[in-house]
Ligand binder design. Sequence first.
Ligand code: FE2
Length: 314
Amino acid sequence: MRPDFDSAQDLPQLYTMLDAIQVKNGWNKPTPSLYPEPKQRFVPAHWPYADAHAALHAAGRLVGTEWAERRNLILANPVPGNDYPTVTTLVAAYQMVKAGESARSHRHTPNAMRVVVEAGANTYTIVDGVNVPMEPGDVLLTPNWCYHGHDNRSTQDAYWIDILDAPLVQLLGPMFFEHHPDDIEKANTTDPANPMRFAFSDYHPELLRAAECAPGVRTLVLGPPTLDTFDRTAIALTAGSCWNVTRHTCNEIYVVVKGRGQSCIGDRQFTWGSGDVIAAPSWIAQRHEADEDVVLIRMSDTPVMQAFRWLRSA
Ligand SMILES: [Fe+2]
């Protein structure tokens, strides 16, 4: 029954009546819904590879791929109440597949990719029935709804970093996931030049030939885009160089492929090395310094910001 709005004598009485018709007043909100510039829930963060390696080595004893969909460590941004996104739209995770082991094939609507940290010869991601080799420094893509599994036929455990847009898919809603009917998809061909692979041996020399965009800084977009929601850029910093990045609306994750250095993101300072991951949430200025010749891979939700004309910097 509709409340008798004409009988309301004061605002508290009116608010009680608004609750009864399932609406909220828009003139006295507890938190503003519009504000002058972005608020950032997440913080800059850094995960050293040595920690993840040790933890995954232990997980290798305790967690079998026959029951775990993936043996991985989620790099949840360390703010209270968060157990998944690394930055607003993206999640990163370290994954390990032991020598001789496979991780079953599945597909999902989130776009996914990985940067390989350690892998022996004959380690593959099977993408839609093709063995795609995984070598250290390689970047491999598995777009929305492509079947993918992992098959380590080498004699050494393989470690890599997965990046997915699953937080964005969770927010928007169109999440679908299913297993491959064959458990691990059969692959009859091996294709080192597959378009889903950016081999380190290909992109690294190309990156070093690129013109400098700042003293000692070179970038190379790993394209064509293939994934609709986030992109990948290889970045080379020569020893001693530093790179200032003005704050912008894109959310980013960095993976250190090679070298050592430091980053200052907002008021946080990190010292990093090969295999480490750094979260750079949007609207926070960044400064990166190289102690040695460095190669980074930066994942960014720039395509989303561009598609809706929300790409800004200041
Ligand atoms: Fe997957």
